[in-house]
Write a protein that binds this ligand. Structure first.
Ligand code: GLA
Length: 381
């Protein structure tokens, strides 16, 4: 973090002169509750210690000038709808500006330099980290922090919908904005009520295994999954699948496609699993937490069909080794598995999973230990 900060400051100075203010926001994990957010269900994410960090300073002009250190590209754009930049990374920042303006907020020209260590396309929400970092910063710099935190998350979500082509739910931006060190958060995506859950198991670690299969939700069938769910909800006469039960679904089975049936079945089962995991955590019962994670993987792979061969392989290896819980995390179609691993199995698990994966696919997966951390923030000097 310190070296990232120093580099950002150095480049900001070279490009734009006297320094601005530093902000950061985080990527996220999700313990359980996948593809439930846009169905009004529950999710259980937390922010992690991997961030996007930006130095930003108003420039007194009507344009934004921004440099991405990691992509090594510069973009410049105005603040009107027709000024949308071409580079996809810059569209996230443009979208945030526009969505704030659409809500009556103020955004003036600014200069920015940013970098990050949230792996791209790994299912850790690097895009939500970028959105939340800029949403938080522009709220602080131009709006005296008048925009509330939920609205900041929604500004990020609308950016995905309107400028980036992903019809996502609210989980990633919520986690990135609301994250708190040492805590997971259970969010009810219908009422938007949330609760912090201290998460610090003594005998287990959370480990991410990144298949490095490129995950890009934009052109993935993510939006089609959402459409399936909405079709079934409509057929059942409910707002979202949150209000559906298996009995209701079975009653219309012959009127809907088999594909839509299995998509909805997964969602109905998954929303209950989040509640079961919360109960199990309250009881300190990590075996049940792990069992539910395996069930989620199975559902995501077989019913929701957002897995891939490599992720199923990682899940199988974890199961064979006796890892307590393992599943695909995030939107799917590549990226990471999240694993709940007993401390005494941790080192062996990593060694075996890396070797076996390498043997089969010719490249090593990346391993990240999870540290649950703060979300969007200003970095005080
Ligand atoms: C992506 C989306 C989220 C959520 C997850 C799946 O990360 O951005 O809104 O739907 O997939 O749980």
């Amino acid at each position: 973090m310190e070296s990232m900060k120093a580099e950002i400051q150095k480049i900001f100075k070279e490009r734009f002169g006297e320094g601005g203010t530093l902000y950061a926001s985080a990527g996220r994990i999700n313990l359980i509750g996948e593809h439930t957010d846009y169905n009004g269900g529950f999710v259980f994410p937390g922010a992690i210690d991997k961030v996007i960090m930006a130095e930003i300073k108003p420039n007194g002009m009507e344009k934004v000038r921004v440099f991405s250190i990691d992509i090594d590209e510069y973009a410049e754009f105005g603040l009107k709808e027709e000024d949308a930049p071409k580079q996809s990374w810059a569209r996230y920042i443009f979208g945030i500006c526009r969505e704030i303006q659409k809500r009556g907020g103020e955004v003036k020209g600014f200069d920015a330099v940013f970098a990050g260590n949230v792996p791209l396309g790994a299912g850790l929400s690097s895009s939500a980290a970028l959105e939340s970092c800029f949403a938080f910063a522009l709220n602080d710099l131009f709006n005296s922090n008048k925009i509330d935190k939920f609205e900041l998350a929604k500004i990020g979500q609308s950016t995905e919908h309107n400028y980036c082509g992903v019809n996502c739910g609210i989980m990633d931006q919520f986690a990135s904005v609301f994250g708190r060190k040492g805590n997971l958060m259970r969010l009810d995506c219908r009422s938007m009520e949330y609760e912090y859950f201290p998460f610090n198991p003594q005998d287990y670690k959370l480990v991410l295994v990144d298949s490095r299969v490129k995950h890009e939700l934009k052109d993935s069938p993510y939006n089609r999954r959402r459409e399936s769910c909405e079709r079934v909800a409509k057929r059942l006469g409910v707002d979202t699948l949150r209000d559906a039960t298996m009995e209701m679904l079975d009653a219309v089975k012959s009127d809907i496609t088999a594909e839509d049936y299995f998509r909805a079945k997964f969602v109905i089962e998954e929303k209950q699993r989040v509640l079961d995991v919360c109960d199990a955590l309250n009881a300190g019962d990590y075996e049940t937490v792990g069992k539910k994670m395996y069930e989620t993987h199975h559902g995501l792979s077989k019913d929701y069909e957002v897995s891939c061969e490599e992720l199923d392989f990682l899940n199988d290896v974890a199961k064979t080794l006796g890892v307590t819980g393992s599943r695909i995390m995030g939107g799917g179609f590549g990226g990471c598995t999240i694993n709940l691993v007993k401390n005494d199995l941790h080192d062996d698990f990593i060694k075996v999973v890396v070797d076996k994966f390498n043997e089969k696919y010719g490249h090593e997966p990346k391993i990240y230990d999870v540290v649950i951390s703060d979300g969007a923030r200003k970095i005080e000097e």
